[in-house]
Design a protein around this ligand. Sequence first.
Ligand SMILES: Cc1ncc(COP(=O)(O)O)c(C=O)c1O
Length: 384
Amino acid sequence: MLSQRTARLTSSLIRDILAAAQRPGMISFAGGLPASETLALPRLEDVPDGVMQYGPSEGEPALREAVAERARAMGMRCDASQVLILTGSQQGIDLVSKLLIDPGTPVLLEAPTYLAALQSFQFFGADCRSVALGEHGPDLDALRAGLAAKPAFAYLIPTFQNPSGRCYDAAHRDATAEALDAQQVLLVEDDPYRELVYDEACERTPLCARLTRAPWIYLGSFSKTLAPGLRVGYLIASPELFPYLLKLKQAADLHSNRLSQWLVLSQLQGDFAGHLARLRTLYRERRDQMHAALSEQLGEAASWQCPPGGLFFWLQLNTPGIDTRTLLPEAMARGLAFMPGEPFFPNAPAAVSAMRLNFSHSDPASLRQGVRLLAELLHEQQEG
Ligand SMILES: Cc1ncc(COP(=O)(O)O)c(C=O)c1O
């Protein structure tokens, strides 16, 4: 009765963690949730006539135009005809999977990488090959070798990566774009965190803006800057790919929610720059609080890079061989949820002794208390 690919549906563990993380009293470092107090409900009185009717599959023209304008300001050569408004950028990952993956299709990605992209690619049967991600970008020799093997596409998150928080520096951006151009491999660049920048020195120009020969699909989102519940994201694609993506979008859901699109547009036309500045200030403070708490309590037990942007710390335990999944039941029993490292790897090594910690969603007291709980657990583990 069920399709063969249904057997490749993975990971109830993640859904279980995220569901449990919502329990009252639980401190959650697990999801990638914005701070609730930043999610103001906009005024609905001004909703224009017609928004409740069916709309264009490409998205609202004014929103497509606004997205293209912002992309050009980031250095991308594009116009509104290349913009497809999506029901969350997650839909872009689904459409890319449908467009490009048959069972056995090779796909190149970073390790670790965004787990829901991995799930989608694997669901469609991709042969996921990975390149290790260093502090300033991917291992370039491995990347060049991976691209020379001609994957159908490379899926990369160069700016404030999920889960690692890392940001490619200019040299890695140039070298990666050059390698993609040399092999003419399609780049799928996922960029939902770019506006959440805390250290201004970061180079953030998209890789897509640097390509001269390779085709590309750029994914963006308003989930992390406005509200994930609106479910509005977008893709911008090389002109030759756009008609296929549009047909797949039509088949998936006709078009994205028009009320949400209108709400996003009205925020972009208001003081969006001021909103982003406030968000950055709040999240920079929370990042610094988590960094301070980790340094105080876990300096001996774990290593991490203080993320220059985005929503996550990626913690590597100094004692190898501990699979962080095994710590989770006890952590949750004590009131703390985190995301173990294993689901972020396509071919995970036996024990992944890393974990992802979100800092945007917890207030300062919860950040401190959560790190204290984690430190207790890890110290007990080391002593035991
Ligand atoms: C790297 C990455 N891509 C895509 C998404 C999906 O975001 P959206 O809410 O726009 O569907 C997320 C969400 O956490 C993400 O981290």
